[in-house]
Design a binder for this molecule. Structure first.
Ligand code: ATR
Length: 305
């Protein structure tokens, strides 16, 4: 593995050298997942579609997750994506296996305490764990040329950490303010503390305004109580909760006060039609946010796959 990262080239070499390989996505729900369709297209484009299969694995009993992961390589699986709500649980499982020398976590998975991709290395027998969510998100933001200075992250699970890591990566020396709200405030506070430790090491941007007068710019992050939220203050609003995935639900915020020029981003996408609006985005549209100022998580999925 070069640079501690799983590269397409490496995977391609493994596919070619094997008679047949299995891939999968683990989650609950997974029936909606577009990962199989995307990966099948990648395999087809690489001329490897006859040599691999990508399947959906719906986990109904999380207690079985560890055994399932350990069994997968024996069944011929070479890789597996992990989706909601198991990214943090898989991180913990892999971290314990790593202590026994059976697995290893790359630096991005460690940074986020969450895993979205496993590679069962057939040469070493080691389970390698990665997180490509942040990179998928930043690639999508850059693709869409979205500019922002104040970001509101709704939710404080595994997806939330990936989004915040991505926002910080994009704005490493700029003046970005990130706020997090979550149903369970303590979880938002934990994420705030997690990333504040990282911010200590960020080099600030020093802008000289006049001789002897200068401004210091450095990203900031804070958890806020939902009742203290002033939603009009944000120019990027990201839903990272699982609301809208199974039912027509959306985060409980005052949509009427959203800044109409804000960009609204949802990390999920509708199962039946990956390019249409999620319940959260529909609420933003109803509140007057232009459809050009919105996107769902399909672009992020595409870039992280
Ligand atoms: P993921 O790995 O996809 O982020 P997760 O870690 O289970 O999944 O996180 C789900 C997020 O959705 C959490 O922020 C969760 O809020 P809590 O931390 O309070 O559990 C949020 N969420 C899920 N159902 C919710 C609901 N009905 N109302 C509000 N927030 C909800």
């Amino acid at each position: 593995m070069q640079n501690n990262n799983l590269t397409n080239k490496t995977l391609h070499e493994f596919y070619k050298s094997r008679d047949y390989s299995l891939f999968g996505v683990i989650g609950n729900p997974v029936s909606h997942s577009q990962s199989p369709a995307l990966h099948k297209e990648f395999l087809l484009n690489a001329g490897l579609s006859q040599k691999a299969e990508y399947i959906k694995i719906n986990i109904t009993n999380p207690a079985e997750l560890k055994n399932i992961i350990l069994t997968m390589p024996k069944m011929g699986f070479i890789g597996c994506n992990i989706t909601t709500p198991f990214k943090e649980q898989v991180f913990k499982i892999v971290a314990k296996l790593a202590l026994k020398g059976l697995a290893k976590l790359n630096s991005t998975a460690n940074r986020m305490d969450a895993v979205n991709c496993l590679f069962f290395n057939p040469e070493t027998g080691i389970i390698e764990a990665y997180n490509t969510d942040a990179a998928g998100f930043t690639a999508d933001l850059e693709d869409k040329k979205i500019t922002f200075k104040t970001a509101l992250v709704i939710g404080a699970g595994g997806a939330s950490k990936a989004i915040i890591a991505g926002l910080l990566d994009l704005n490493i020396r700029r003046d970005l303010h990130i706020s997090i709200i979550n149903r369970t405030y303590n979880k938002a506070k934990n994420i705030q503390n997690h990333f504040r430790q990282e911010l200590v090491f960020y080099k600030p941007l020093i802008r000289v305004i006049q001789p002897k007068k200068f401004e210091i710019h450095k990203p900031s992050i804070r958890a806020i109580q939902p009742e203290k939220l002033k939603i009009q203050d944000y120019d990027l609003i990201i839903n990272t909760t699982s609301l809208g995935l199974k039912t027509n639900e959306y985060p409980d915020i005052d949509y009427s006060k959203i800044n109409k020029s804000a960009f609204c981003y949802d990390v999920i996408y509708p199962s039946d039609s990956p390019h249409s609006l999620t319940p959260f985005l529909q609420k933003c549209l109803d509140a007057g946010v232009d459809q050009n100022q919105q996107c769902n998580g399909y672009g992020m999925l595409f870039h992280q796959a």
